[in-house]
Design a protein around this ligand. Structure first.
Ligand SMILES: [Cu+2]
Length: 322
């Protein structure tokens, strides 16, 4: 094949147009998925822009390769077709060409792998976390246990988080209810809202330890920039540091049974002071353990029960007092 049909100026224009389109789509990306959104979200954590950048680089490479390969193919098909008198070349091997088309993809792959590995290493490095939340996947709901905050163990703050009742009633066969009417503040929350969201502070490095109680699930909130498998018997870890207060939604991302599509995730990020108040309220509500305590029990000394977190058997990061 001869290379007479490929005009560099035309390609330059095409690549520029493709990159321009990418930038446009990138510009409208918001923290939560929007109807018709084409590109992934920039996210709302300190790390998520890195995932966004990696995605755009990889996508840009794919676009350029696609244009080159399909461009060459279509030019060959139309310009060098038999009806225009094209005569096939007789040679079948070209060592130089083969070295070039092996080397270039290898270099591209090495560059992508280098970038991706750097990204993975940073998001898996949970050292210096100021808070730990244990996430457990169940068929078909999530459990959140607050393990520690600013070096202090948190006791008895944990809850199940499942599909909100409105969505659940609406989704029933022949419910006669309109999914469009399931709204919170004018935003359609059908199948993406929960009864109790995970509440976290902004501006805090939060370590998530993620596991499951039955089958494999995957905890995925796009705005945080990563998803992590929740596997029974294995504790995976990742961290986030949310930059802006808001409500961030996600889904279970591992096919886990018949209601896999009905176990959404809602993360509510609050300013630190509000979060600390919320946490104190939760701890206070959990402390007097119902009226079941024996009536004759003496006033509980503050050291009666050694703090022991039954949540998960992983080391809790200490220090970094705020
Ligand atoms: Cu699941």
């Amino acid at each position: 094949m001869t290379s007479g049909g490929i005009r560099p100026s035309g390609f330059k224009r095409a690549v520029t147009a493709a990159l321009f389109a990418l930038t446009m789509f990138g510009g409208v990306a918001l923290a939560n998925p929007q109807p018709g959104q084409l590109n992934m979200t920039r996210g709302a954590s300190t790390w998520s822009p890195e995932a966004y950048f990696l995605n755009n680089v990889a996508f840009g490479v794919c676009v350029v390769i696609g244009i080159l390969v399909f461009g060459a193919m279509f030019i060959a098909m139309f310009r060098f077709r038999k009806s225009r008198g094209a005569v096939a070349e007789k040679w079948s091997h070209n060592t130089t060409l083969e070295i070039v088309w092996t080397t270039i993809p290898v270099i591209i792959l090495i560059v992508l792998a280098y970038l991706a590995t750097g990204g993975l290493r940073t998001f898996a490095d949970t050292t210096g976390s100021e808070m730990t939340v244990k996430v457990t996947g169940y068929q078909w709901k999530w459990r959140y246990d607050y393990v520690d905050y600013k070096g202090k163990a948190i006791e008895k703050v944990g809850f199940m988080s499942k599909l909100d009742r409105e969505s659940d009633e609406t989704r029933q066969l022949d419910s006669g209810l309109d999914p469009k009417s399931v709204q919170v503040d004018g935003y359609n929350t059908y199948l993406i809202n929960v009864d109790k969201p995970l509440v976290v502070p902004v501006g805090t490095k939060i370590r998530f330890v993620i596991t499951a109680g039955d089958v494999i699930h995957s905890w995925w909130v796009p705005a945080l920039g990563w998803k992590m498998d929740a596997i029974p018997g294995i504790v995976n870890a990742a961290w986030t540091n949310i930059t802006e207060p808001g409500v961030y939604r996600g889904q279970c991302a591992e096919l886990c049974g018949q209601d896999h599509g009905f176990m959404p995730i809602v993360v509510k990020a609050l300013p630190k002071a509000e979060f600390e108040k919320w946490l104190a309220d939760q701890e206070a509500a959990a402390t007097p353990p119902a009226p079941a305590a024996p009536a004759s029990a003496p006033a509980p000394a503050s050291t009666a029960a050694a703090p022991k977190t039954a949540a998960v058997d992983v080391p809790v990061s200490q220090g970094h007092q705020g």
